[in-house]
Design a protein around this ligand. Structure first.
Ligand SMILES: *Cc1c(COP(=O)(O)O)cnc(C)c1O
Length: 373
């Protein structure tokens, strides 16, 4: 086995998806599975669809193309507002996209007309995260313009929380989004098929007892991949936290005294911290670094402490006397570490249990996705 590598247990991804889908179904909410943290990895996307996700969402067009090239035919929505320079490809590979700029929507409409297609538009509303979104008071006017534009169809509205600001969605915000959905329909006519309340940070609200109103979709990435609530970092009941394991290889073991004489301009080195120089702690080096992952987002196996990392090295203090050159060390990753590791060209990705569960195949077989194209 080559190192560094990520072992992905696809049965855990399927199971996590089934758990979220089942819990949200009871609340009248469908799951759109977000693949951006795994760079649109097709086998992981398939596991999400096998687990019952209604469709996929991606932030990057390059990842959508990867999904399509692997033969994934179900609906894919672009959740980052499209670049003006990419509208032709967006229309070609995505059924719909989230949008905030009328100039981009007009360009998507023109591209769709050239391709004899209709592209779905979901308008993203700003509700407090202060990242992307149309101000609520401007939503009705924008929706009217979309409805009048040939080549595009207004499919819905959505909001996003807890990305830039860390602000969690409240029941009050969700009610306000439902009211906006009703207002837009009142103003411009067409029924809004999708009212997308947010991302994994919405799950505590969605699992709660409060009415879900018009919200009928959530875009879920982190909770499916890592089994956690992104705001608290707590495990979600019944979900696996270890679908992904990163392995790195020891390239130096040394009981040298931990007294780094740091005197250099490279501020990444200055991050090195001292670990207690006790006799049973030795310092080891693994062949992985900032270029591969977010070292601070790795959870150390028991008995190990992160000392520091540079571009290509991870330095750890360990009490594990058995570790030697060539040993492998497993790590669980948080979202930031996972996202970077999945994008790192030198990390091999090994799939385990790459086989749909029989139940999942019966319930959500490929024919369903084919008809949805
Ligand atoms: C990343 C993203 C999501 C998914 O977020 P998770 O926390 O991974 O569930 C949903 N919507 C938008 C707009 C995003 O950018």
């Amino acid at each position: 086995m080559s190192n560094p590598r990520i072992e992905v247990d696809l049965s855990k991804i399927r199971s996590n998806t089934q758990t979220v889908v089942g819990l949200l179904k009871a609340r009248g909410i469908g799951v759109t599975a977000v693949t951006k943290a795994v760079c649109g990895h097709p086998a992981i996307a398939r596991a999400m669809l096998d687990g019952g996700a209604a469709g996929l969402a991606e932030a990057r067009l390059s990842n959508v193309k990867r999904l399509r090239q692997a033969g994934i035919t179900g609906p894919v929505t672009l959740i980052r507002t499209p670049m003006l320079s990419q509208v032709d490809d967006v229309v070609q590979v995505c059924e719909a996209s989230y949008n905030t700029e009328i100039a981009v929507i007009a360009a998507l409409a023109a591209a769709a007309l050239r391709q004899n297609a209709v592209h779905g538009i979901i308008l993203m509303v700003e509700m407090g995260d202060l990242r992307e979104g149309i101000m609520p008071q401007d939503l009705g006017g924008m929706a009217l313009q979309v409805v009048d534009m040939p080549g595009v169809a207004l499919k819905g509205i959505g909001a996003n929380f807890a990305c830039l600001s860390g602000l969690a969605p409240t029941a009050e915000k969700m009610r306000a989004l439902s009211v906006l959905a009703n207002d837009v329909e009142g103003q411009c006519g067409p029924f809004l098929q999708t009212v997308s309340g947010g991302n994994s940070a919405n799950l505590p609200w969605a699992f709660g007892a409060r009415a879900t109103g018009r919200i009928n979709d959530l875009r879920i990435g982190e909770a499916i991949l890592l089994g956690v609530d992104p705001i608290t970092g707590d495990q979600i009941g019944g979900m696996f936290r270890d679908a992904f394991t990163l392995f790195a290889e020891v390239i130096e073991t040394d009981s040298k005294s931990v007294r780094p004489l740091v005197n250099c301009a490279d501020h990444t080195l200055a991050r090195i911290q001292l670990v207690p120089d006790t006799s049973e702690t030795k310092r080891i080096i693994l062949a992985i670094g900032h270029q591969d992952t977010d070292a601070a987002g790795l959870s150390m196996p028991p008995g190990n402490t992160l000392i520091g990392a540079t571009s290509d090295h991870l330095v750890i203090g360990t009490k594990d006397a058995a570790l030697c050159v060539g040993s492998e060390m497993p790590f669980n990753m948080n979202y930031g570490a996972l996202m970077r590791a999945m994008a790192a060209p030198e990390i091999q990705i090994n799939l385990r249990n790459d086989r749909p569960l029989p139940i999942a195949r019966d319930a959500y077989g490929p024919s369903k996705h084919l008809t949805l194209v």
